[in-house]
Every structure is written in structure tokens, then in C-alpha cells.
Write a protein that binds this ligand. Sequence first.
Ligand SMILES: C[S@@+](CC[C@H](N)C(=O)[O-])C[C@H]1O[C@@H](n2cnc3c(N)ncnc32)[C@H](O)[C@@H]1O
Length: 205
Amino acid sequence: MDYRLFFPATKRNCNPIGDALSQFLPQKGTVLEVASGSGEHAVAFQKRFSHLIWQASDPELSHRKSIDSWIEHERLNFKMPKALDLDVEEIPWKLPSQISSSINTIVCINLIHICSWGCTKSLFYGSSFCLEKDCHIIIYGPFKANGYHTSKSNENFHKSLINRNIDWGLRNIEDVNSIAILNGFSMIELREMPSNNMLLVLVKK
Ligand SMILES: C[S@@+](CC[C@H](N)C(=O)[O-])C[C@H]1O[C@@H](n2cnc3c(N)ncnc32)[C@H](O)[C@@H]1O
């Protein structure tokens, strides 16, 4: 069965995110992608960064089915593991030992504005156990800076998120950074991306 989902924004931002990732991903090892969604990013990045193993994950069954269908459709089964059922808020993260021992980067695209603030805390807490010193967590999405929206469209997006769920919404970069520091991470890159998004790169100290 073909369970592939197609997320229009994911297709659009795949190349700019991939270009930015290319500067921060390691030469070898396993990338754990949390909140992989449809899996379109995951297969594109597995193809682009073929020296790495791209481990996709998502807590939503329909998304994991989509990811696995994308892997099969792109004939990546020989290289790419099936999607893991990972909810970052369920601490400790239950990862197969052969995967957890090789993870040296965590990638998180468009998650932290569509979950509670506790989810962001768990993302860093879980990552701090998963990653060794000098490993990166790379986060992409829309953010506020110094408490302000960086564009009218982000402000409207924030309002629409809060209308859907009061616990959702764009986060302040400074608040995210505070949680990162508490969990032993240091921000080494804060990059503006197309469509008023940001890429945050943090290193485990
Ligand atoms: C907006 S989608 C982004 C999907 C994909 N990263 C992308 O950019 O196309 C958010 C994803 O986060 C997942 N998600 C929601 N809560 C989560 C949690 N607590 N832990 C991990 N993933 C979560 C959802 O299932 C969904 O696939």
C-alpha cells in the first residue's frame, strides 16, 4: 500500500534547509530526525547526505506509514531504517540501542511551534542524553525574537496556532536558548531562512 503524504511547504523548503544542513552535518554517523511528518524531508536528506544514516521518527502512525512508504518509493530500504515511534515528551526516549549509539546529530523541523512549551523542554532534555559532547541539534521553524514577531505573516500564523491550541505558538528564540543552556547546549548559529523562518544550530558542551 502507498501511504505517502504530501506536505506542500515541506517540498518548498527542502532545498534551502538541505543547503543549510550541509554546513553542519557530520562526515559520518546517524542523524535522528524528530517530528519527521510526511517523510519527504527525510528521504530527500538521505539521498543528499548519503554518507549518513537518516533515522526518521514521528509519534503519529499515519506519518510513520507515510515515511516508510516514501522510503520504499525512493528505493532507500537498503540504506534507511524505518521510521521510529518517538514522542519527544516521553522521557526517556526509547531508541533501539544500535541506533542510539550512533546518533551524533538531531534535526527538528517545524515542531516546537505546534506543541506545548513542555515539548521544547523535553526536546533538549532528551537530546542531552542522546548526544555526546560536540554533537549538534539543528532546529528549523518560525520564531519570535526579543518577544516580537519578525513579520506580519508570522504574527498571523501565531494567532491561528493559538486558536487551534492555546499551548501552541511561535516561541522566543531567547527562551529556547535559555532551555538549551540549562541542558548543556550552546547556540553556535542563528540563521535567517526564507519565508521568515530561522535555523538554530546548538552544540552539546
Ligand atoms: C508541522 S509537522 C512538521 C513535519 C515535518 N518536520 C515537516 O517540516 O514537514 C509537525 C510534526 O510534529 C509531530 N509531533 C507533534 N508532537 C510531537 C512530539 N511530542 N514529539 C515528536 N513529534 C511530534 C507531528 O506528528 C507532525 O508530524
